[in-house]
Ligand binder design. Sequence first.
Ligand code: NAP
Length: 256
Amino acid sequence: MGTSFDGKVAVVTGASRGIGRGIAARLAHEGARVAVVSRALDAAHRCAEILTAEGGRAAPFQADVGSYQSVDNMARRVAEHFGGIDIVCANAGIFPTASLERMSPRQWDEVMDTNARGSLFTVQACLPWLRRSKAGRIVLTSSVTGPLTGYAGWSHYGASKAAQIGFMRSAALELARHQITINAVLPGNVLTEGLAEMGEEYLRHMSRSVPLGRLGDVDDIAQAVLFFASCEAAFVTGQTLVVDGGQVLPENLDAF
Ligand code: NAP
């Protein structure tokens, strides 16, 4: 993909581990200066240190994406530190399970606040700098769950991930006049610290459900993010890309 990331400043939320860390590593490897964002500053710090040791340029920042004030402070500090913001990867997300019978309003709100409002707040807070960038790019990490599929125990999660897509389509129209694009990756099951917390049985079952025969790797997602964030994707906005090893394709179990 050439040298189109040299000197770009990228904010990646939820970058202390999992998919976010993979996105941060890929962007840093391609020459971007990366703001590694998570709630725990020490974890963001460790990730930024590793990226720097590997030859990249990265710095840690603390923010809770569910709080506008927190994200706004983070965006200001990133812009001050790096001199602007060109790419925003709104990736931070949580996926606790709760059955319909037992789900409390608080559990619903926690998932919606982080995953849906978190995307809105992250975009809003970074917007002043994205508008000044010559090629502002926003990439959301959504999911196949919600926009395309369902999973028992994840009705709140599925709603939050579908909300990101609805948000993205209207936001794309508002942002177009500033030449800012916004797109979303829809990962299937990707082996991360968060997914591992679902347990061995879940991981075994899910890897058997993927036609390509394995769980996703964080770099599988990072490569898709890289495309949406690139100069080469300047004419692509409001779109989704499923990265799931074919998991949503089979119409019946005979496919396996
Ligand atoms: P993960 O391993 O649990 O990592 C989540 C990251 O988000 C951590 O860095 C965490 O750090 C941060 N985070 C959580 N809540 C936050 C908040 N309120 N503010 C700021 N940072 C926050 O998760 P993952 O598996 O990499 O998932 C990342 C994204 O991909 C999520 O949006 C998820 O829905 C989506 N996704 C994942 C999969 C999968 O199979 N793994 C599939 C589809 C979609 P702190 O705790 O320090 O804040």
